[in-house]
Structures are given as C-alpha cells and as structure tokens.
Design a protein around this ligand. Structure first.
Ligand code: PSV
Ligand code: MN
Length: 414
C-alpha cells in the first residue's frame, strides 16, 4: 500500500460526509497501545513439538530488542509483558532490566508470575491440597508484586494451571476456598495504584475441573477481593461458540474488565495470530470497547479507557517478529473499524427496534476498507506505512539469524 494517498482522499471525503471527525479518529488511532509478550519472541509451540525458528530470542535482552523493533515498525506497541522466572535477570537486577527496556524505547508492562512449570505444582499452586506448595506459590506471586515496583509495572497478570483431572481427585469447594484465601493475600500485597488481572481458562492443562474456569468465576473472585481486581479475557480460553463480545460488554458495564490476551483460535487454545481466524469477532470485541469508551456510561467508559491490551501468542511455524507485527496491525485495523460505527444512528435504530438497520450500520463499519486511513496515520506518526514490508526490508531478521543462530532453549536477562 505505498500509493495509498488517492484512496485515502476518497475515504476521508466519504467519512467526513458520513459525519465523522477524521482528526479525532486519527488521534484515537495514534494513541492506541498494544502490549506484546516477551515469551512470544522465544521458541514455543505445541505440546507435540516446538519448532525452533532461526534468530528467535533466547535472552530477555533479545526479547526486549525484538519488542522494541515491533514498536519501531508499528508505533503502537510501546510495552512488553514479562513472565517470571522466564525473564528473571542475573542477580535479580530488575532495575537494570527496566532501564534496558527504556533505553530501547519501550517500557515493561504486566508482570506474569509462573506457578505452573515446576514439579511441585503437579497438583496445582494456590489450589494445591498441600499447604507447603500453596505457600511456595504465594511467595512467588508476592515476589512478583515487589518486582512490579522495580520494573515500574502497574499490572500483576495471574493465570493458574490449577484444577483436577478426575472426579473425586480433590474437593471442588476446598479448592475454591484455597483460591479465595491465596488471592486475598496477594491482593493485600499489591503495590499502590496497581491492578491484579485474573485470567480464566476453561480447560487445559487440567481436564476435569479448572479452578478458575470462566469469566463468571474470575468475576466472583474479583468482587470478593476489591476494586483493584479485574478480569483478563484471553480469546483462546472459551468453549467453542462462546460470545466473547457479550462477556466484554458485561464486564465493562460492571467496571471489571481489566485486560486482554489477544490471539485467535479455531478449536482450543490455539494461540494463533490475532484476527487470523475470526476478524469479525475481533471487530465486535473492539466495538464493545469503543462503544463504552465513547459513551457517558460509568463505570463502563472509565473502565474501557484503562483496559490493558496485550497479545498472548505462541508461534510455532510462522516466525516470530513478522507475525507479532501482523497481530498488532490486526488489532489496529479492528480498532479503526470500531471507530467508524455511527454511535448515535446505531442507538436510534436500536431504540426504534430497527433490527436490520442496526445490523447494517454495524456491518457498514466492519466492511469499510480502513487500510488507506491506517497508512495515513502511520505516515503522520513517522512509522513505516507498510510495517511488515519495512520489517522485511530492514535486515533485522537476517541480523538476528546471524547473531543468535538456532536455539531451542530460552534464558533470562543476563
Ligand atoms: C495460559 O494458556 C496462558 O494464556 C497464560 O496467559 C500464560 O501466562 C500464557 O498462556 C503463557 O503460557
Ligand atoms: Mn493468556
């Protein structure tokens, strides 16, 4: 899309005629932020095989370098989530890690504790029947609360692999109570002005019960904990056919939508490129968010403006950097389309019971080719008009292949 100007002029005229404030739309797009995950730059894959990608990051410095490059190409990915201990720095120099990120033009975002990879966690972490293991998990999460302060993060992002595989394996109510107690202690240790994001997942790695299986359970926990606890929606963590935009709308209206892990799925927790399977769903999710942000409804509007937009992907065969850039761009495109929903007209059609008209109005926005608009926005932001082409032409991929080679393991910050 190098010669996009003529198409942009036509689109700009059409949007202005439809009553949109083009400058406001462009400003919103320039302020969009999508956080990328440090682990998305390393080798990962399925439980059957993780195919090593030449040049994939192994150290946290490399992951931060890669995240900085994604930001350089897109202009809207200024932060990176870290996973502890995958990103644990040498001598626990978290301040140094934070400074390194800043020197690369990005900041550290959500801190993700890991209470699922060690042998002790075979029967769970906070939900484990063994109080010693519960304590160990708690200690690690509390350490992550301290790390948040060192890396200037305001989000503790919690996901638990806890659950059971067999009926009778453990007490369902007992595990619930252990979770309530553990999360309560974590909540008390949250740094001031920070949030705890509780991510749910309906199955995997456990297959009979999962302790936090759905948004309702996560929401109930948040209600018990307090206002600093909010729900994190990972797009791959629902049963087939679940209406995610409805979950988003509900949580926004309750002031409890904290953040997203964007990815896409066809069957299970597939962790594919955002928007690659169901771009319409992505648009409908953004439509809820933008509709709430633009409304005067509280707490929905304020909540929508503080949502942490994060990617959680696992690339196995498609490369690392270019797919990450594509995910960021797909979020940008969905957001742009959601900004083109005529909110007042839509509300009128809804109130009048004009079912087809309301549906058509929404779909008109979805069908708008916003690519020339996004090119113009990128031009004005001083980033490449075609970020993937620019990345390919940059020589970065060749450079990291040469410097890093082919590695399957992943280390921390050296
Ligand atoms: C679990 O499937 C998950 O979505 C959680 O967010 C983890 O932190 C992440 O994937 C990485 O394993
Ligand atoms: Mn996730």
């Amino acid at each position: 899309m190098q010669n996009y100007q003529a198409a942009y002029e036509v689109l700009a005229e059409a949007l202005t005629a439809r009553g949109f404030d083009l400058e406001a739309v462009k400003t919103a797009l320039k302020n969009q932020h999508i956080e990328t995950p440090s682990w998305g730059y390393a080798n990962s894959g399925t439980r059957f095989k993780a195919f090593a990608w030449p040049g994939a990051a192994t150290t946290t410095q490399q992951k931060l370098d890669d995240a900085a490059m994604v930001h350089q190409m897109t202009g809207i990915a200024p932060s990176v989530a870290v996973h502890i201990p995958w990103d644990r720095p040498k001598d626990d120099d978290y301040v140094g890690m934070c400074q390194y990120a800043e020197s690369r033009g990005i900041v550290i975002g959500a801190v993700n504790p890991n209470v699922f990879q060690d042998d002790e966690y075979k029967l769970g972490s906070l939900g484990n029947p063994d109080s010693g293991v519960q304590e160990r998990a708690l200690d690690h999460i509390l350490e992550c609360c301290q790390i948040m302060t060192k890396v200037k993060s305001d989000a503790l992002s919690l996901w638990f692999a806890d659950g059971t595989n067999y009926a009778g394996q453990d007490s369902i109510r007992g595990r619930k109570r252990r979770f309530e107690e553990g999360l309560r202690v974590v909540y008390e240790h949250l740094p001031a002005n920070s949030r705890m994001l509780i991510e749910y997942k309906f199955f995997e790695p456990t297959f009979y019960t999962t302790d936090l299986p759905d948004w309702g359970t996560a929401y109930a926990m948040c209600l018990k904990l307090g206002p600093q606890a909010q729900v994190l929606v990972d797009l791959g963590h629902h049963a087939q056919g679940a209406n995610i935009e409805q979950i988003v709308g509900f949580l926004l209206d309750e002031g409890r939508l904290g953040g997203f892990h964007f990815n896409n799925r066809k069957y299970g927790d597939d962790d594919l490129i955002v928007g690659s399977v169901n771009p319409y769903e992505l648009f409908l999710i953004y439509n809820e968010l933008t509709g709430a942000a633009q409304s005067s409804d509280q707490p929905a509007s304020a909540t929508a403006q503080k949502v942490a937009y994060m990617i959680d992907q696992c690339h196995n065969i498609e490369g690392k950097m270019a797919p990450m850039i594509l995910s960021v761009l797909n979020c940008q495109e969905a957001y742009a389309k959601s900004l083109l929903v005529p909110r007042e007209k839509l509300a009128q059609a809804q109130l009048a019971g004009e079912v087809l008209e309301a549906h058509l109005l929404l779909n008109e926005a979805y069908r708008t080719d916003v690519r020339p608009l996004l090119c113009q926005v990128r031009e004005e932001m001083g980033v490449p008009v075609d970020p993937i082409a620019a990345y390919r032409a940059s020589g970065y991929e060749e450079k990291i292949r040469q410097e890093r080679g082919l590695a399957s393991a992943s280390g921390g910050f050296q």
